[in-house]
Structure formats: C-alpha cells, structure tokens
Design a protein around this ligand. Structure first.
Ligand code: S3P
Length: 445
C-alpha cells in the first residue's frame, strides 16, 4: 500500500527572528495509545487534543475495523466506545498503518491476545522495517504469523492466540514499541506478564494502562532499566485523556528558535515526561536558553510551557544511555550541533538505522550536502560544529517526516537556502508544521 500524494518540495531560507506563542499538536505516542486502550475498554473514552496526523488517523481506522466505535466530535476531540479486553472482531480487510511503526506494532500486540486473524500492511517505508522484534515475543504468548513469517516484514497476517500465555520477556533493545506490544497482548492473558528492559523506554503505555484501571507495577532494574508487571484480564473502563503537546514535534520550532538570532518563542503544554526529554537536557548542556513555567500534570504525564531564546551553542558528548529518551530527536539535534561551536559526539545510535528511514545515514547526508563536516563511526555520529552552516543542499526525505522538518529548520539560519525534495510526509506527525513555522516568522518557499 502506498501514499497517494505527489512529492512536495520546499525551500527554507535565512529568516528574521522567530517570535510568538504556539502549541504544537498532541503527542503522537499518547494519541495512538488513547485510541487503542479506549478500544480495549468497556464504556466511553473521551480524548481531547488528539494528534490528527496520518499515523494516528490510521490507528483510529484500524480500531474501527476491529469493532470499536471511534468518532470525531470536534477539533482534536474524539470519543471511543470500546469492545473490552480481548474483544476485537476480525477485520474484513487488511489493516493499513501507512508510515507508522508505532501504530502497527502496538496493534499487533493488541490483536495477538484476541482469537482473530488480521493482515497488517503499510507504505514502502513501513514495509522495509523489522517486525520480528515484536512477532518473536508475541509468538511466545501463543500468536502465530500465518503469512509473511519468513521475511519478518509487512504485509503479514497474524493469528491471535486463543489462550494467550503470560510471559516474562527481556527486551533485546530499548523499545517502547516492543514493550507495549507485549503488555497489550498480556492484557488478555491470565496471570502476570512481565517486561524487563535494560534501559527504560517511554512509559506512556504503563501510565495509561493504570489510568484505565489495570494493575501494573513498575520497579527499577539495574542502573537504567525497569521491570514492569501487568496483571492480566483486567476490566478496563473508558477514561478521559487530555493529550499534552508532543515534545518530539516541539523540538523543531525549539531548535529553530535557538539557531535564528534574536528569536524568542513560547511553546504551550509541552509534555516533559523524563523518558522523553533527553533533547532538552542535551540542548541545555550545549548552552540553550529553555525556561519552563506553568508546570503541571495529568495522568502521570507532566507538561510545561517552554520559553526558548536564541542561544550560542557549544558541542557536547551525548552518552548512549540517553538515547531512549531522545531517540526521535537526533536529526534535529544534529542541526543544532551544526550551528554550535565545537564537536558534538552522539553515542549509541544503532536504533536510528531502523526508523522511518536509516536516520544515521540520512542525518549524515543532510549535513554533508549542506557543507557541515560529519562522520559516522560505528554507532556514533560526530558533528563538527563551526557556528554556521553553508547550506545550498537538496535533502532527500526518504519518506521520513523528521528528516523533512529537520532540514527545513536547518535552512532558517544557513548562508544559502536548504531545499527538501518532499514535505508530504510531515503530515504523518505534524500536519500544521509549515503554517505554524511561518506564523513564527520562518521563510519557506
Ligand atoms: C514510540 C517508540 C519509539 C519511537 C517512536 C514512537 C512509541 O520507537 O521511535 O517514534 O510511541 O512507542 P521504539 O520503541 O521502537 O524505539
């Protein structure tokens, strides 16, 4: 399955100070989970601030195909009437997740605990991404891959378990998608399903499961890890979810304000869950002025208003154990590092190779084509910041929204404009990105 829209190239050029107050769209991770848990609950779930990007809309469609009632009742406001744990109906056609690894892998987990068969598909980017990392633990729980097992790639057909078995699973890589898939399948299993991670990944699934009434206990494991124990077969009840603004989307205007001289912007309601804020920590170490106010929280998810002012940045070393808390932000960090003075070394980026594109190679290519010295050494990325970026390059998007947005940010302060070959994938996560950046003062043409 593929995306129908034509490639939409765009150029970003050196802009005057960025100013103003904006709220970036709702968090993508929380939006997917609110729809899925709403669909697995009994009763009504009201979601406000849902991200209405293509990735999340595909998850909404898949929940409908699996028997839940999912309605849009206003701007970013949705109501889900669920079918209860293990209550999914067999979908009549393949579930198409478009560009979204999260939607696909989390729904695989939810389907694995139901006695139904479903086919999973996506666009060319998603078809190239590894699914075995999720299918392996789901097979231990009793699900079977009926079709597509050899390749471990989409399209594939999954037969859910009739009698799912609870397991104790050590995730081989720090991945919230793997953890969440196992926990969602574990909802349908009798007894306790345990996931052990050596390095803690984002914990939105755990927090939201608790919010919907599940018994779930998370404890520390080793220096950076966690052990999460979920008691199966809970009665999940519909709950209200207020989705905070996505820190991974906020990252783009934030870095843009840091690098464009004289900028002063304010970003409302940005989620500040510590398992998502590695970028903010790193940028502060680099000398960034990011002030938090209006700190509050809901459902265990903290949020704050961020005031960001342009700052003189210096290169730093980013330790590998920080990667899970900023895994989607390295592209835009590399842009900040290009404008910094000195070397930035980002360590332990192996997982970047299996995202919407090979982001390790794509980041290096984005910098190189715009005249920034950069090197990949094993799993590390090394950027030689010189305080300025020559620009003048055309960046290949590779069906990856975050490459497109990072490159456009880079062009807002470069000597020559930066062009991207295709902005259409930005709609997967941040449909309003171009107009919102223009409102702040960004010059795109
Ligand atoms: C996500 C987890 C991360 C991240 C993705 C969203 C999630 O993937 O890259 O954008 O919502 O669980 P991994 O868990 O595979 O690292």
């Amino acid at each position: 399955m593929s995306k129908s829209s034509e490639p939409a190239p765009l150029e970003a050029r050196s802009s005057g100070p960025l100013t103003g107050k904006v709220r970036v769209p709702g968090d993508k991770s929380i939006s997917h989970r609110a729809l899925i848990l709403g669909a697995l609950s009994v009763g009504e779930t009201r979601i406000s601030g849902l991200l209405e990007g293509e990735d999340v809309l595909n998850t909404a469609k898949s929940m409908r195909a699996l028997g839940a009632e999912v309605k849009r009742t206003g701007d970013f406001t949705w109501v889900v009437r669920g079918v209860g744990v293990a209550g999914f109906a067999e979908p009549k056609t393949a579930l198409d997740f478009g560009n979204s690894g999260t939607g696909c892998r989390l729904v695989m987990g939810a389907v694995a605990g139901c006695p139904i068969t479903a086919t999973f598909d996506g666009d060319a980017s998603l078809r190239s991404r590894p699914m075995r990392r999720v299918l392996d633990p789901l097979a231990l729980m009793g699900a079977k891959v009926a079709d597509g097992a050899d390749s471990g790639r989409l399209p594939l057909t999954l037969e859910g378990a009739r009698d799912p078995v609870p397991i104790t699973y050590r995730t081989p890589v720090a991945s919230a998608q793997i953890k969440s898939a196992v926990l969602l399948a574990g909802l349908a299993a009798p007894g306790v399903t345990t996931v052990i991670e050596q390095e803690a990944s984002r914990d939105h699934t755990e927090l939201m499961l608790k919010h919907f009434g599940a018994e779930i206990v998370s404890t520390e494991e080793g220096a950076h890890g966690r052990r999460i124990a979920l008691t199966g077969q809970p009665e999940l009840h519909g709950a209200d979810v207020v989705v905070p603004a996505d820190p991974s989307s906020a990252a783009f205007p934030l870095v843009a304000a840091l690098i464009v001289e004289g900028s002063d912007i304010s970003l409302a309601d940005v989620m500040t869950n510590p398992l998502r804020t590695g970028l903010f920590t790193t940028l502060r170490e680099m000398g960034a002025s990011i002030e938090e106010s209006e700190v509050r929280g809901d459902m265990g998810e903290p949020m704050a208003r961020l005031r960001v002012r342009s700052s003189k940045l210096r290169g730093v070393e980013v330790p590998p154990e920080r990667a899970p808390s900023m895994i989607d932000e390295y592209l835009v960090l590399a842009v900040a590092a290009s404008y910094a003075e000195g070397t930035t070394i980002m360590r332990g980026l192996k997982e970047l190779r299996v995202k919407e594109s090979d982001r390790l190679e794509a980041t290096a290519a984005m910098l190189r084509v715009n005249g920034v010295p950069v090197e990949i050494s094993g799993d590390d990325l090394i950027v030689e910041g010189r305080g300025y970026v020559p620009g003048g390059g055309v960046v290949a998007t590779h069906m990856d929204h975050r490459i497109a947005m990072s490159a456009l940010v880079m062009g807002l302060a470069s000597d020559k404009p930066v062009k991207v070959d295709d902005t259409s994938f930005i709609a997967t996560s941040f449909p309003d990105f171009i107009p919102m950046m223009r409102r702040l003062g960004a010059e795109f043409s």
